[in-house]
Design a protein around this ligand. Sequence first.
Ligand SMILES: Nc1nc2c(ncn2[C@@H]2O[C@H](COP(=O)(O)OP(=O)(O)O)[C@@H](O)[C@H]2O)c(=O)[nH]1
Ligand SMILES: [Mg+2]
Length: 406
Amino acid sequence: MAAGNVRIIRYVLFTLFAIVLIYFISSSSIPKPPLPSGSDLAKWKGRKEAHQGVFKKVEDDPLEDSKEQLIVAPSSNRTPPGNSTTSPVGASVPKEGKMNATFVTLARNSDLWDIVESIRQIEDRFNRRYHYDWVFLNDKEFNEEFKKVTTTLISGTTKYGIIPKEHWSFPDWIDQDKAKKVREDMAERKIIYGDSVSYRHMCRFESGFFFRHPLLADYEWYWRVEPSIKVFCDVGFDPFRYMAENKKIYGFVISLYEYVETIPTIWESTQKFMKKFPEHIAPNNSMKWLSDDEGESYNHCHFWSNFEISNLNWLRSQAYLDFFETLDKDGGFFYERWGDAPVHSIAAGLMLNRDQIQFFDDIGYWHVPFTHCPTSESKRLDLKCTKRFFDMNDLGKPDGWQDQTD
Ligand SMILES: Nc1nc2c(ncn2[C@@H]2O[C@H](COP(=O)(O)OP(=O)(O)O)[C@@H](O)[C@H]2O)c(=O)[nH]1
Ligand SMILES: [Mg+2]
C-alpha cells in the first residue's frame, strides 16, 4: 500500500475516533432534554382546544370593557420609587437593592426540561440583573439532576423543599367513594384534568399550603413560575419593589373565565364565608368584577394563577386562612375540581381593595395557550429589542417595522 493511502486511512480512523469520543463525553456529562413525545403533543393540542371553548365566552362578553377599567392600573398612576417605607402589610421596604422576595415553582422531577425553559426566560428578561432566590417545591424528593441543572441556570440562591404529606393528601373529612365517583364522571364528560387525583392535590396545595412551607417562611413576596412559560419583553423594573411601593398585594397578567364544570358550588362556599366573616371583606372590593348580579352568583372571572406576583403575608393572614378553611371543609377540591386560580382570585377580589390588585400590563407573558402582550402600542414598541438596536445606532427604521413583534 502506498504511503499516501496509509496516511489517508490513518486520518479517517483518527477523525472517526474523535467523533465517537466527543459523542460519549457530551452524552455522559450533560443531560439532554427529551424531545416531546406524540402523547405530549396530543395533550397540548387537547388543552388548546379545551381552552378555546372558554375563550369564545370572553369574546362574547359585553362587560369586558368595564372589567378592564376596574382592574387595569395604568403605568402613569405609579408613585415614584422611594416614596413609601412600608409595604402594604406593614413590612419595611428597603430604600434600594433587593426586596425580600423569591421565585417559587411547584414541580415534579419530570418537569425539569420544561422548567429549564421558564428559568431561561426569567433569567434573561429579568433575574440576571436582580439575582432573586428561587424556591422549588415537590411532593417527592427532587433528584440530583433536577437540582444540579436548575442551580446552574439560576443567578440567585436555589432551595429545594419536600411538601409534608398532610398538605398533599385527602383530608379525613373527604368521602373517598364520593370523590372517586366524581372523577369517573368527569372523565366521562372529558373535563380537563377531571379524572386526576394529583392535579386536585396540586390545586389544593397551591390554594392553601404553599405559602406555609418553611422555605417560604422568611420571604414577604413571591413570583410564581410554571414550566414552559415565555416572557416576551425585558422586565426593566423590579415588580416586587413596584408592588411594595405602590401598596399592591396581588399582581396578575392574564384573566379569563374558569371552566364552569370544575367549580359548580364554589360560590356557595364563598357566600358562606362572606356571611361568617364579614370583617374580612374589603370595603372597596372587586365584587363587580367577580359577579354580574351584586354577589348573587359568580361570573367565573379569575386571574390566571400560573403567573402571580403577590404577598405571602397576605396569604398567611387570618382572613385568607379562614377563607381557605371554609372552602376546604366543603370538599370542593375533591368533590368538584376547584382550581387555585379561582380560589386566589375570589380571595383577592373580596379581601383586597381594588387598588391593591395590580395588572402588570408591561410583562409580556405566555402559558399555553394564551399570551399577554403590553396593551399599548407605544409600550410594545418601546420594549422591542430590535427597536433598541435601531435607536442605539441612530438608524432609520424600515417600512412596516411597527407590525413586527420582536
Ligand atoms: N410536584 C408536583 N407538581 C405538580 C404536579 N402536578 C402539577 N404540578 C405542578 O403544578 C403546576 C401546575 O401544573 P400544570 O401541569 O402546569 O397545570 P396547568 O398549567 O393547569 O395545565 C406546575 O408548576 C406543575 O409543575 C404533581 O403531581 N407533583
Ligand atoms: Mg402550567
